[in-house]
Design a binder for this molecule. Structure first.
Ligand code: GLG
Length: 800
């Protein structure tokens, strides 16, 4: 594979620790303008980043050259979110320069990890959808596929979360206040993006416009053999400054154009499942989609000329419905601007576009009022009507519509304008076919395909879990990094006591590191011998963090009732942000923090149960937590979590899953073996049936005294004596409508948790199960997922 084919693009092999030291000092002096005596950690981190970036740039240019020479098909991934996190360690690991960098920094009298971890997280996303986009870019580069990511350069990424009296408080994220070491501004790549005005037949006179300005970040693949570009758009005014207003003394008015334009790329919406800030959000979507398409067509015309060849040379993937306007925009560019007949333009656009659906939650399938839509994008509304008419004319008996009175339906639009529509796990894809897109699937039976998500093993094992990574490499060599399915070669080692004890030791050491960090940062002491039980993800009722905390309460009560019984000590660790306007989710956070305060202070249970909610969950925190976890909580209501990707990272790093048959849990369980997975709860079909039973929650509570007692403690103010009714509405919900079936799944969840306890007490047995999870998770590499998209959706090929 890659190792036998290292070519001129492998940039790092001849680079030594001395070269690294010289490069760092060079950038410290000439880029940062500092000498070693006065440099801050920030200066050193930037100097190191520039030294690494220089190495990446060589491979980046070589990749671009090769792509042009090969005339290869290019993949364009359009996404509102790219949750890339920190890039320095990623770059060092993929270029295999980490050891050299650490040695060079140490020789310069610095603590390498302090320097590396000085980098802020680029939090340009909410959760799974954005992190998946980041894993995909890395895999595309590791595989050598010519590709670009296109998105928005948000000035403020996802908010920073802190807690005040247990409540979530949102603070602005200011990652761009410091210079961003990885990006290159491209003043020549600027497009004028219009809004509003009038539509004429086959034309559009926008009333206002902003400039989309490009910033490029190279994304380097494994071993530096290839690098692709993440191009992010910033919004700028057409006229930077209104001098007339200024000269009249209207200083605020003079700055208004800039402020208005910049608003578009200022914030990332903190929620990916509800529709807020409607007008601005639609503007953001059109802004980045239109700029990206203009850029794609410019590059295509330069390379190939004839627009009718577009589908042969270009594959554009729409990450959810956020860039769905790409369908009508591409038709507009081909038909209005280039004179291609409408029907042909529609076919060309469809053959070029693919659409990934990431959720079945109805509130997340975007719908726009046609009033708003028509005001901002009048020509697109006309085009959508024609697309809708054409579809209805072809399928006269169908009741599918893209426009309904008053609304434009972006899910339906994306489906009709894409040649492939994919789900993100086997179960989700089946549910797409039988629910949200049932009728469309019947009309277009070959359009829906499944591409189960994956995660990049470079970041989620090699870089974040070096102890486990070296153990694996010791046993099977390092080819697994570029070909994760090779982990199955470890299967024979799982019976080997030496391997198992080394495996257990790696986990123990990771847990000790995490415990030390939690104590230093948050003042909570944890014994690494306790089971580390972890639920980290966005807060949402369907993800059921409240099921987890209810079980913790019931466990606390049970330990208090029989303190001398043989309990398995565990710490429940939570992390995750709630959308600022999602009050129920924010109350769940507060409840968890309130319960933690009471439980952690209880001398009776202290050594057996602890609860910790770590603030400000982000990619970096995930990299710290996952390698140190024993138990992975994947407990969503079946049918609601489209896939999950955290679940894969945990399994790969040897945490056992307690989970429902939801999303990719189903496939994880199939692969790791049902005996190495703690299953509980209703299936997606049972969930639907259960909801139809009158008083299902009350019935579940009536038969489970533990659940009743846990709810009673929440209701009577045990955890909030100063305001006993604080959580009355949560208890009311779980006793009444309980749409997410927390009460109905509680009893079985409790049962499965006690099986977890028993299994953990058998330390060797547990390690064997954990190791089997690692060894059998190779399929969940995003390299495999990308190969699937290449074959089934894009028709693209690697160039190396
Ligand atoms: C979604 C889903 C997740 C999925 C992710 C990536 O909720 O289940 O793993 O996309 O496909 N909005 C999301 O985060």
């Amino acid at each position: 594979m890659y190792s036998s084919k290292v070519d001129a693009m492998t940039v790092s092999t001849t680079f030594t620790t001395q070269d690294m030291r010289a490069a760092i000092l060079h950038h410290l002096t000439y880029t940062m303008g500092k000498d070693a005596d006065h440099a801050t950690t920030y200066d050193w981190r930037m100097a190191l980043s520039f030294a690494v970036r220089d190495r990446i740039v060589d491979g980046w240019f070589a990749s671009t050259r090769k792509s042009y020479e090969a005339g290869a098909k290019r993949v364009y991934y359009l996404s509102m979110e790219f949750l890339i996190g920190r890039l320095l360690q990623d770059g060092l690991v993929n270029l295999r320069l980490l050891d050299d960098a650490c040695e060079a920094l140490t020789a310069l009298g610095l603590d390498p990890w302090q320097v590396i971890s000085n980098e802020p997280d680029a939090a340009l996303g909410n959760g799974g959808l954005g992190r998946l986009a980041a894993c995909f870019l890395e895999s595309l580069s590791s595989l050598g596929v010519p590709a670009h990511g296109y998105g928005i350069r948000y000035e403020h990424g996802l908010f920073r979360q802190s807690f005040v009296d247990g409540r979530q408080v949102e603070l602005p994220e200011t990652w761009l206040q410091q210079h961003h070491a990885w990006e290159f501004e491209r003043p020549e790549a600027r497009y004028r993006i219009g809004f509003g005005g009038d539509a004429r037949d086959a034309g559009w006179d926008p009333a206002e416009a902003v400039i989309a300005a490009a910033y490029d970040t190279p994304i380097v693949g494994w071993q530096g053999r290839w690098a692709n570009t993440l191009r992010l758009w910033a919004a700028k005014p057409v006229e930077a400054f209104d001098l007339d207003s200024f000269n009249r003394g209207d200083f605020v008015g003079a700055a208004t154009p800039e402020a208005m334009a910049r608003t578009i790329s200022r914030v990332l919406y903190p929620d990916d499942t509800t529709e807020i800030g409607k007008e601005l959000r639609l503007k953001q979507e059109y802004f980045f989609t239109a700029a990206s398409l203009a850029d794609i067509l410019r590059r295509f015309e330069m390379e190939h000329g004839d627009l009718r060849k577009l589908p042969e040379k270009v594959a554009i993937q729409l990450n959810d419905t956020h860039p769905a306007i790409a369908g009508p925009e591409l038709v507009r560019l081909l038909h209005d601007d280039n004179g291609i007949p409408f029907d042909e333009a529609m076919d060309l656009a469809r053959s070029t576009l693919g659409y990934t659906n990431h959720t079945l939650l109805p509130e997340a399938l975007e719908r726009w009022s046609d009033h708003l839509f028509g005001r901002l994008l009048p020509r697109h509304l006309e085009i959508i009507d024609r697309i809708d008419q054409a579809h209805r004319a072809t399928y006269p008996s169908s009741s599918v519509t893209i426009r309904e009175p008053g609304v434009v339906k972006m899910g339906e639009l994306s489906f009709v304008m894409a040649h492939r529509v994919n789900g993100v796990s086997a179960l989700h894809t089946e549910l797409m076919k039988s629910t949200v897109f049932k009728e469309l699937n019947a009309l277009h039976p070959d359009r829906i395909v499944n591409e189960t998500n994956g995660v990049t093993p470079r970041r989620w094992l090699l870089s974040s879990n070096p102890r486990l990574a070296s153990l694996i490499t010791e046993r099977i060599g390092e080819d697994w990094v570029g070909d994760l399915e090779q982990l199955s070669r470890l299967e024979e080692h799982v019976g080997d006591a030496g391997f198992l004890s080394a495996y257990a030791e790696a986990k123990r050491a990771n847990k000790a590191d995490l415990a030390a960090w939690i104590e230093a940062e948050h003042g909570i002491a944890l014994d690494p011998a306790m089971m580390f039980d972890v639920q980290i993800k966005r807060l949402h009722e369907y993800k059921r963090q409240h099921l987890n905390i209810l079980e913790a309460i019931a466990l606390w009560q049970a330990i208090r009732a029989a303190p001398d019984a043989d309990w398995t000590p565990r710490v429940k660790i939570f992390a995750g942000k709630a959308a600022p306007g999602y009050h129920f989710a924010k109350d769940i956070i507060r409840l968890i923090n309130d319960v933690a305060e009471v439980v952690n202070a209880d001398p009776v249970t202290r050594d057996k149960l602890k609860i910790v909610f770590l603030p400000n969950y982000n990619v970096t925190l995930a990299e710290r937590l996952i390698p140190a976890s024993d138990l992975s909580e994947q407990i969503s209501t079946a049918g609601k979590e489209a896939s999950g990707t955290g679940n894969m990272k945990f399994a790969l790093n040897g945490a056992l899953t307690i989970g429902t048959l939801d999303g990719a849990n189903v496939e994880i369980r199939e692969r790791v073996g049902e005996e190495n997975f703690f299953l509980f709860g209703m299936t997606a079909d049972e969930v639907v049936a259960r909801r139809k039973i009158k008083d299902h929650a009350a019935k579940a509570i009536a038969v489970d005294p533990r659940l009743a007692a846990a709810l009673a403690a929440v209701r009577d103010g045990t955890f909030c004596a100063e305001e006993p009714d604080r959580y009355a509405h949560i208890v009311q919900n779980l006793s009444g409508p309980d749409y997410f079936l927390v009460s109905s799944d509680f009893t079985d969840y409790w049962r499965a948790q006690r099986e977890v306890d028993a299994a953990y007490r058998d330390a060797d047995g547990w390690t064997r199960m954990a190791a089997r999870n690692t060894v059998r998770s190779g399929w969940f590499s995003s390299d495999r997922t990308i190969r699937g998209y290449m074959a089934d959706v894009w028709g693209a090929e690697p160039v190396i």
